[in-house]
Design a protein around this ligand. Structure first.
Ligand SMILES: [Zn+2]
Length: 304
């Protein structure tokens, strides 16, 4: 068997308003969880798959955390309020983003040992903060050049249309990050440490084979509908990353700029569910075993 994990980042609706330069929504910050969590949980039950939900603690209700845990999934830390520019935050603010979320999720009953950075980037300071807090793993790097190019293209297009995106670009050195789980070098966390550090292990979101190196994200799965293109080379662990919004209900209104920019939302919900089911079936036929990331980290470390 080969290791795989399915993770879902439950970014609040406000994040999409910020990315696409729209006015901020007036709704309760938990609206995305209310609108999509049950659909995700029912899909995972049908697939008999246990996953990792990365939660933004601000706006996450206690009952959301408890429902996720009761259904057998893992809860991970995705910061307090999802700052895209986290790598530019002063140390104290970054510590507060991680530890405040940790305390909130823990108080709701979760045992939190994993972290995912907003916008995919593990900075040296973030690595240090996670190590100090005793985290077991981070799943924050995304070394796909296609992802970086697509993000830059969207941001440039927005500037040309007179809009400003709230997302941030990250250093190109992230493209050098390994495609497999690794112990990062503390000063350059995109590199594998040569000293075998015992701290946080980084489990990058997968990228498919070169030259395309497509990111293993829901957006690219819904766009190309070709699970094969998202499989990492050499049967390294497959880490798939979805976002809560990708199961947004068809009938529920959303800002048209978000609807036109998110690939997933151009496809009817019933079809999106089928695409995910077929992808999982494809990977399972190739002997991938889906585990929450915490279990994948332990299994990978005991194998290597
Ligand atoms: Zn996020």
């Amino acid at each position: 068997m080969y290791l795989a994990s399915l993770s879902i980042d439950m970014d609040p609706l406000e994040c999409y308003h910020r990315i696409h330069g729209c006015e901020l929504p007036r709704e309760d910050p938990g609206v995305l969880m209310d609108a999509t969590l049950d659909t995700w949980l029912r899909l995972l039950d049908r697939l008999q798959a246990r996953a990792t939900f990365f939660l933004v603690a601000q706006g996450t209700k206690r009952e959301h955390v408890q429902e996720i845990l009761a259904r057998g999934h893992e809860v991970g830390n995705h910061t307090w309020s999802h700052p895209y520019g986290h790598s530019q935050l002063p140390r104290e603010e970054l510590i507060a983003q991680v530890s405040r979320a940790h305390d909130t999720l823990t108080a709701a009953g979760a045992e939190v040992t994993g972290f995912r950075a907003p916008g995919y980037h593990l900075s040296a300071l973030l690595y240090e903060v996670l190590s100090d807090l005793g985290y077991h793993y981070s799943s924050s790097q995304m070394g796909s050049w296609t992802y970086m190019a697509a993000k830059t293209a969207v941001r440039t297009l927005m500037v040309l249309r007179g809009r400003k995106s709230g997302s941030h670009s990250h250093p190109l050195t992230d493209m050098l990050a390994p495609v497999y789980p690794y112990a990062p070098c503390p000063a350059k966390p995109w590199q594998r440490s040569s000293h075998g550090e015992e701290g946080v292990i980084e489990i990058p979101v997968s990228r498919g084979p070169a030259p395309l190196s497509l990111p293993a994200t829901g957006g690219f799965l819904f766009l190309f509908r070709a699970p094969r293109l998202l499989m990492p080379p050499s049967r390294y662990p497959l880490v798939l990353n979805f976002h809560g919004i990708e199961l947004w209900p068809d009938e529920r209104p959303l800002d048209p700029r978000i609807l036109s920019s998110e690939f997933a939302l151009r496809v009817p919900l019933a079809r999106r569910l089928t695409i995910i089911e077929e992808a999982l079936q494809f990977y399972r036929q190739r002997e991938y075993l889906f585990l929450p990331l915490r279990e994948l980290a332990c299994a990978y470390q005991s194998k290597s």
